[in-house]
Design a protein around this ligand. Sequence first.
Ligand code: GCO
Ligand code: MG
Length: 402
Amino acid sequence: MSNRITAARAIVCSPGRNYVTVVIETAEGLAGIGDATLNGRELAVASYLNDHILPLLIGRDPSRIEDIWQYLYRGAYWRRGPVTMTAIAGVDVALWDIKAKAAGMPLYQLLGGASRERMLCYTHADGADIDETLAAIEEKQRQGFAAVRVQSGVPGLDRIYGVHAPGETADDPHTAPIEGDWDTSFYLRHAPMLFEVARECFPDLHLLHDAHHRLTPNEAAQLGRSLEPYRLFWLEDPVPAESQESWRRVRQMTTVPLAVGEVFNSIWDAQQLITERLTDYLRTTIVHAGGVTHVRRIADLCALYQIRTGFHGANDLSPVTMGAALHFGRWVPNFGIQEYASHPRQAAEVFGWDWACRDGHLHSGEAAGHGVSFDEAAAARFPYQRRYLDVNRLKDGTLWDW
Ligand code: GCO
Ligand code: MG
């Protein structure tokens, strides 16, 4: 008799920040682990899984990953959306983990084998002003990173994306959305000054920057042009991408390399951006876009248009997603770069991982599966904590894109 799924559950825990983890067990005694974390909306995904999806898996053959994916996507009638696609991703990655463990192979072998030995990664440096930011970049360079995302406070703005207040870390709990403030003209004036100095001080580093969806296409074109002399690795999310065609103006007006896609959850969110070559890197990653099964299709479409991967890797994506992304990155022919922000200290009490970061690169490890384990008893010591992402307002109070 073929193998069967005997148990499936989604567990929410908060070792420093909230993570939703899927555990699927089989009659043969294997357990697969998947990440289904959607920052600030964790319980919605956990309910989608525990109340709707996971009961349907009991008794199914875990080797039929494609059929289960189609069943959960087409079979739901209600397609796409971050909650649905994150839930499907949690199941999909757990099933790939089971298949690779059953084969006794690291996941990258099942995908087609290694295209490379290690993956270039970028980390984050930020500061309240330019001097503090330069010191933060220097520290990352000293740690061996070859690529650094640079964010800096802007004179006249109290709190902006990517810059921590003194003493604050990315993992501090926000039990209500914190409100940042925004003024595009202050930002457009400051960003070129920041990168002029950063490029002068760090001629050999890859420098990246995240505009976090705040500009119009014309403003983004201005920003891109003003940054061209400083040879950025990429400018990320200059404009929101609900309207894919809005990227044409940015693309036509500047040669700065572009990255987009961390909020996408389906190939349809990116189809026009890819087929019209409106971006250079796609950031859509495994946890928010239906898992390995779907992201593989997105990456293959990208490859036809010389677009490379640049997967989202903030620390609200659990160590499981990082493991899966690194096996994916080991294989995918059009790999570009992987974002890397280290997880909260307590995460290591709940998750064990075989991947590693050294010398500015990430290494997938060679364990069977994706190489990330989950300790349910330890997870129970870190119950869910309500927590929100920030919001953003203009000086007159108008709610703006965060
Ligand atoms: C990035 C992202 C993150 C997101 C966060 C949302 O480039 O890493 O923009 O900082 O805002 O992951 O949950
Ligand atoms: Mg981003």
